[in-house]
Design a binder for this molecule. Structure first.
Ligand SMILES: *[C@@H]1O[C@H](CO)[C@@H](O)[C@H](O)[C@H]1NC(C)=O
Ligand SMILES: *[C@@H]1O[C@H](CO)[C@@H](O)[C@H](O)[C@H]1NC(C)=O
Ligand SMILES: *[C@@H]1O[C@H](CO)[C@@H](O)[C@H](O)[C@H]1NC(C)=O
Ligand SMILES: *[C@@H]1O[C@H](CO)[C@@H](O)[C@H](O)[C@H]1NC(C)=O
Ligand SMILES: *[C@@H]1O[C@H](CO)[C@@H](O)[C@H](O)[C@H]1NC(C)=O
Ligand SMILES: *[C@@H]1O[C@H](CO)[C@@H](O)[C@H](O)[C@H]1NC(C)=O
Length: 748
């Protein structure tokens, strides 16, 4: 009834609908045609109830599916979560109208059972599995085997068991909210032990992935045209149905070639391959929908138009049902050059985040306009919208926005400003939000959220990288900001002024001094805490940290590094000492600020790992590695080395601006850099980067196996006396003038 009301007088396809009405007796009634529509309706009510008259609102979604997460979110964000944390996330999903979340937790339990049923020994299956924090890349056939501990079979399996228990709860809750979870399927990748068991089956070896040492990569996969593929595909889904219930879903993710190239670019081969996959999936579940991420198509050298078309033709000719998640629509939209995936069902998606790294980053104008462009291109087949971040907890406004847009009229252009203003008012409190704050966010949205171009990755901060003389980098995740740093420094000033009751911040408006003079001044100023703003909401505190972090690390630090190197070039010892000292002070101040908010705390990440370890029972294999030390290594290794060795290809890829990590991992590298430059200058020696790297590797190696909380100052969260606003005010007093000067020099 509700749906008809809106469908009949709308030119738009309407899928889900909610209605909010207020009766005379002031009772609010929220109706929805589905539980996720009800969730979205409730959220609309909660958000707007204080601001506008919502006595009669009726909204329909332009897409039936609102999905969430990509395959690596499980590695970068959710890997150590407990049930309580999952519950909160699922609540958040409901309120955002999400009805098709990825649900890949505990996938290894199914995989393991499948191979054990085939007669492979546990030891052989286990040696195929990777460490807890790297499972997504094993699932995609990028890596196999684990590093860090010699014999981790016991803990690895115990973790898999714990995840299976979690998954049962997750699915039950998702189903209770009427969602259609996307479950995993057999993706073709197999343990090498299986290859010997089936001598008459064609297997291929995947390509070496991301410079990983060969023993951990080149994963075997069974050719999807082999009967064995169909057998395993069926077995996998059968086991899932047995463990989780018959009707959990009909949507299965299957990424054949994520960051891998197919065995052949022969069009006929690819067509037969996708046909075979459709048949196999259908045999396993007659309603199966093949869900895949479009990321593989970004390898455009391989995926030429003809090759790409034959891939999708195979699905069509087999009359398969598919749903393509266009993973990075805001930066590398694949729907455009494939004519909307040749008529397949697909969803517009914002990835926004890579490797769970922080950064105020996004492309707001694109997010506001492109979903509608996609919809107008393929109104019948653009059937989903979603956010598919590598990691969460950044750029919250943009995430909410995408799910809002799914309920907007695609014929009305959207303006970002009023939506952002409302968001900020909800986030900071309507009374606490000042015009200056809104101005700051307007500037941020026009600079940091307007970085366009193909690879619009966030700025990679110098802080997170192994120091060297020349750290300037462009391309994916450049170290050079792709925005006007003066605009952002000014936005920072506005945020600081609007949270400073006493001073009004006038001292920082005009900067006449030179850089060295300001640097001397900053070096002599200690961090003295500013005034508190005790009514600052958690959201405001988060943003203050985020903006301050952005300016300190991406405007100030690169300038200090450059001056330090200049000092070395000129064999100017006092200059090296000054700028080395400033870098250390800046990093310590940053750590201090980050330590005031749980979201920016290493203790939180490690704390989840520690809690999960408590729920693990080691029943097989070696007992000498405890779950706690295993998971702590996993947690530490992923955000630093991301692999078996220091300075490997992925080292520092998943770096974090987290209190604790900054102080105990990044700071020692930088201290060692300044010290080594000083020594070299004093001794008249040339710079030896290799030697420096080797020395740093020793420091890093020790850190990998550390136990948090054993050393002084290693806390699990903020202490009550740390006030974000007070610390940030102090930091602004110390670094504000210098930051503004540097940013103005750059943009001049
Ligand atoms: C559709 O018609 C109903 C009933 O007349 C009205 O309340 C509603 O606003 C209309 N919706 C649109 C999208 O025009
Ligand atoms: C493989 O094929 C050969 C030749 O047809 C046959 O003799 C052998 O039994 C097959 N092996 C298996 C494991 O099926
Ligand atoms: C699953 O769904 C089918 C079709 O809707 C129904 O016939 C069957 O009873 C359901 N099975 C279970 C276990 O709920
Ligand atoms: C975003 O950047 C583009 C190109 O740099 C510019 O033309 C446009 O006006 C900017 N949009 C906003 C909202 O600032
Ligand atoms: C230091 O010297 C090198 C080599 O002469 C030069 O390429 C580089 O630009 C200099 N760096 C700075 C910051 O002066
Ligand atoms: C791992 O430990 C188990 C149990 O102690 C043992 O049986 C197995 O041989 C060990 N594997 C390796 C590779 O050392």
């Amino acid at each position: 009834m509700l749906k008809e009301t809106i469908s009949t007088n709308s030119t738009t396809n309407v899928h889900d609908v909610y209605r909010i009405t207020t009766s005379r007796s002031s009772k609010v009634v929220i109706e929805g045609v589905s539980l996720s529509a009800l969730g979205a309706g409730l959220n609309y009510y909660l958000r707007n109830t204080c601001q506008v008259d919502i006595s009669n609102v009726i909204q329909g979604s332009i897409v039936p599916w609102r999905y969430y997460m990509n395959v690596v979110t499980a590695g970068y964000s959710t890997v150590f979560w407990d049930w309580e944390r999952w519950e909160r996330e699922i609540d958040w999903m409901v309120l955002n109208g999400i009805n098709m979340p990825l649900a890949l937790t505990g996938q290894e339990y199914i995989t393991r059972q499948m191979y054990l049923n085939l007669g492979l020994p546990l030891e052989e299956v286990s040696s195929y599995f990777v460490g807890a924090a790297f499972q997504p890349w094993n699932r995609m056939g990028n890596i196999q085997g684990s590093w860090g501990f010699k014999n981790d079979t016991g803990v690895k399996n115990a973790f898999i068991d714990s995840q299976f228990e979690l998954q049962k709860k997750i699915l039950q809750r998702m189903k209770a909210f009427g969602m259609t979870p996307i479950l995993p399927s057999f993706q073709s990748f197999v343990p090498s032990a299986l290859v010997q068991r089936f001598p008459n089956t064609t297997f291929h070896e995947a390509t070496q992935w991301s410079g990983m040492p060969l023993e951990y990569t080149k994963v075997h996969y069974v050719d999807p045209q082999e009967p064995l593929f169909a057998t395993l595909a069926e077995e996998f889904i059968k086991l899932q149905k047995q463990f989780y219930g018959e009707n959990v879903t009909d949507h299965y993710i299957l990424d054949l070639y994520n960051e891998l190239l197919p065995a052949s670019s022969d069009e006929q081969y690819l067509k037969s391959t996708t046909k075979a996959v459709v048949h196999a999936l259908r045999k396993a579940d007659k309603n199966a929908v093949w869900v895949m991420q479009s990321w593989f198509l970004t390898s455009t050298q391989f995926w030429t138009p003809g090759v790409t078309k034959s891939f999708f033709d195979g699905i069509r000719e087999a009359e398969g049902k598919a749903f393509i998640i266009d993973l990075y629509s805001e930066g590398l939209p694949q729907w455009k050059h494939t004519d909307g995936f040749y008529g397949m069902d697909w969803g517009w998606s914002m990835i926004n985040n890579f490797a769970g790294g922080q950064g105020i980053f996004g492309v707001l104008p694109t997010v506001l306009a492109e979903p509608f462009a996609g919809y107008h291109h393929s109104a019948k087949s653009m059937r989903g919208m979603g956010v598919t971040p590598d990691g969460i907890n950044t750029n919250e406004f943009l995430y909410h926005l995408v799910y809002d847009i799914a309920w907007k009229d695609p014929n009305q252009p959207l303006s970002g400003k009023p939506l952002l203003d409302q968001f900020i008012q909800r986030r900071y409190g309507p009374k606490q939000t000042t015009p200056l704050m809104l101005e700051a966010w307007d500037q941020i949205s026009k600079s940091l959220w307007n970085i366009t171009g193909e690879l619009t990755g966030k700025v990679k901060s110098y802080l997170d990288l192994n120091p060297k003389l020349d750290m300037v980098a462009y391309g994916f995740e450049p170290t050079v900001p792709m925005y006007d740093t003066a605009v952002v420094a000014d936005a920072w000033k506005k945020l600081m002024r609007s949270t400073n009751g006493q001073e009004g911040g006038g001292a920082h408006t005009v900067v006449q001094q030179g850089l060295d003079e300001l640097a001397q001044e900053a070096s002599s100023l200690e961090l003295t805490l500013g005034s508190k703003a005790n009514n600052a909401s958690p959201g405001l505190r988060f943003d203050i940290i985020d903006v301050t972090r952005e300016v300190l690390l991406n405007t100030v630090l690169p300038a200090l590094q450059k001056e330090l190197v200049k000092g070395f070039n000129q064999t100017d010892v006092p200059r090296i000492t000054l700028y080395g000292g400033l870098i250390e002070a800046l990093i310590l101040d940053t750590d201090r600020l980050l330590s005031t908010h749980t979201q920016f705390h290493l203790g939180k990440w490690l704390g989840y790992a520690k809690a999960t370890a408590k729920n693990m029972k080691v029943t097989t294999g070696e007992q000498s590695i405890t779950p706690a030390s295993y998971l702590e290594f996993q947690a530490r290794n992923q955000i630093t080395w991301w692999g078996p060795a220091s300075q490997g290809a992925l080292a520092d890829y998943a770096s974090k601006h987290w209190a604790g990590l900054v102080k105990t991992y990044y700071l020692p590298r930088w201290q060692h850099f300044s010290k080594s430059l000083l020594q070299a200058a004093r001794n008249g020696k040339a710079w030896d980067q290799d030697r420096f790297n080797a020395e740093v590797a020793a420091l890093e190696s020790k850190w990998q196996y550390g136990t948090w909380g054993q050393n002084k100052g290693e806390t699990w969260g903020p202490s009550p006396q740390d006030d974000t606003v007070a610390v940030a005010q102090g930091i602004f007093r110390r670094w504000g003038k210098l930051a503004i000067k540097i940013s103005q020099n750059k943009s001049a």
